[in-house]
Design a protein around this ligand. Structure first.
Ligand code: NAD
Length: 257
């Protein structure tokens, strides 16, 4: 394989869950620019369709779907739509999550229903989406799964205990699933983003909170969604085909795990 083609995403079919807004929207746009065929799947279907329409308007290939990752029928329908439209699935980016919608509050104040919903979306959603795409990847003997965790796991940040717990679960899930699907040529890796200025994060956080979270970074500037694209693309490309069960931290060098 030529050195450059290892990183080539041209023609790859890439599902981005939570691809309608925030960082997921940026993944969808950037993968499309790199020549990938994109499926933006979001519980906010209007947002996902708007992302796909804009990509098509720029000459790219994309569809937008209304998908609730925590629902088995819905995640299955996502997989079917991707395969029916593009003929296969090369990459699943498990990016959908309950995060920016969660109030930052003491663990004593988290309602039990909110705890359960966070686990249903952030963990069961991964489980269901991976199970939904697995037969398609297995058939081809190839696939790339990229799970989005959070640098909160390394830092142990307080005030969203359910969220941090779910993102720690993403790492255990990544390691164990990597061993279950490796024989089929499927890699499973994770990324832990630091606090990132997605449109949704900015809208839901005070300036003071955003400023304090920069402290301790080796590269002391705000993290933007584009900062994550390189690591996610690497884990989606042939360049990482012998790497699985791993977690890459992208936070400007705050946590050095
Ligand atoms: N922004 C940050 O600072 C940061 C830091 C670390 C990790 N992350 C992670 O990166 C990812 C993207 O972050 P973001 O800032 O864009 O988050 P966000 O909360 O703004 O966006 C999440 C996306 O998921 C979608 N979604 C929510 N529930 C869903 C469901 N049941 N089914 C399908 N889609 C659903 C939302 O509509 C939204 O488009 C998330 O996994 C988040 O946990 C973000």
């Amino acid at each position: 394989m030529a050195a450059n083609s290892r990183f080539d995403l041209e023609g790859r079919v890439v599902i981005v869950t939570g691809g309608g807004k925030g960082i997921g929207k940026v993944y969808a746009q950037q993968f499309a620019k790199a020549g990938a065929r994109v499926v933006a799947a979001d519980i906010d279907g209007m947002a996902a369709q708007a992302v796909a329409e804009a990509i098509r308007g720029d000459g790219g290939a994309a569809i937008g779907l209304t998908t609730d990752v925590s629902n088995p029928e819905s995640s299955h329908a996502m997989s079917e739509a991707a395969r029916d439209t593009f003929g296969g699935i090369d990459v699943l980016i498990n990016n959908a999550s309950l995060m920016s919608v969660l109030p930052r509050r003491s663990w004593l104040e988290i309602p039990e229903e909110e705890w359960d919903r966070v686990m249903a979306v952030n963990l069961r959603g991964l489980f269901l989406c991976c199970r939904a795409v697995f037969p398609v990847m297995k058939e081809r003997g190839y696939g790339k799964i990229v799970n989005i965790s959070s640098s909160r796991v390394w830092e142990g940040n307080p005030n969203r205990l359910h969220y941090t717990t779910s993102k720690a679960g993403v790492i255990g899930f990544t390691r164990a699933l990597a061993r279950e699907v490796g024989e089929h040529g499927i890699t499973v890796n994770a990324v832990t983003p630091g606090l990132t200025m997605s449109d949704t994060q900015v809208a839901s956080s005070s300036n003071n909170y955003l400023a304090t979270r920069l402290e301790g970074r080796a590269i002391s500037r705000p993290q933007v969604p584009d900062d994550l694209v390189g690591a996610v693309m690497f884990l989606s490309s042939a360049a990482s085909d012998f790497m699985t069960g791993q977690t890459i931290n992208v936070d400007g060098g705050k946590a050095m795990h």
